[in-house]
Design a protein around this ligand. Structure first.
Ligand code: BTN
Length: 129
């Protein structure tokens, strides 16, 4: 199909895994995120994500945002914004930019508390149905 669906299991270039469950009629979705890298270098735990897609009226390639709460192992949080694309071979790609906010102990340290980056996700498994 020419459509790009967010639902399913995705992997990014850092080998992090993301599973997005069903997208609701109003565009909202939830899922789980397992990062392969952490600020502290320790082990990650599966973390809840929540977001919304903005479906263009023609159908097509939605933009989206979601946030991940790393609350099982970290005080940090990340906000992602991106778009779902189909390449000419029909392969789905999510291109995103993210802001990673870590907790710091004082206002004087606020300047170093936010990182920015890019992640590209490809589909690991196609959902059934
Ligand atoms: C932490 O280490 O305190 C939280 C985990 C942060 C993981 C970041 S979010 C942006 C980037 N993309 C990933 O898949 N992992 C890192």
């Amino acid at each position: 199909s020419l459509q790009c669906q967010l639902r399913g299991l995705w992997r990014n270039e850092q080998d992090s895994l993301m599973e997005i469950s069903a997208v609701r009629d109003n565009g909202e979705f939830q899922g789980k995120y397992l990062t392969q890298v952490t600020l502290a270098g320790g082990c990650a735990r599966a973390s809840p994500l929540t977001g919304a897609q903005q479906q263009p009226s023609e159908g097509g390639w939605p933009t989206f945002t979601f946030t991940v709460r790393w609350d099982k192992f970290s005080n940090a949080t990340t906000a992602f914004a991106g778009q779902c694309f189909l390449d000419t071979g029909g392969k789905e790609t999510l291109t995103t930019m993210w802001l990673l906010r870590e907790a710091v102990g004082s206002l004087e340290e606020d300047w170093k508390a936010t990182r920015v980056g890019r992640n590209v996700f490809t589909r690991k498994r196609t959902p059934k149905g």
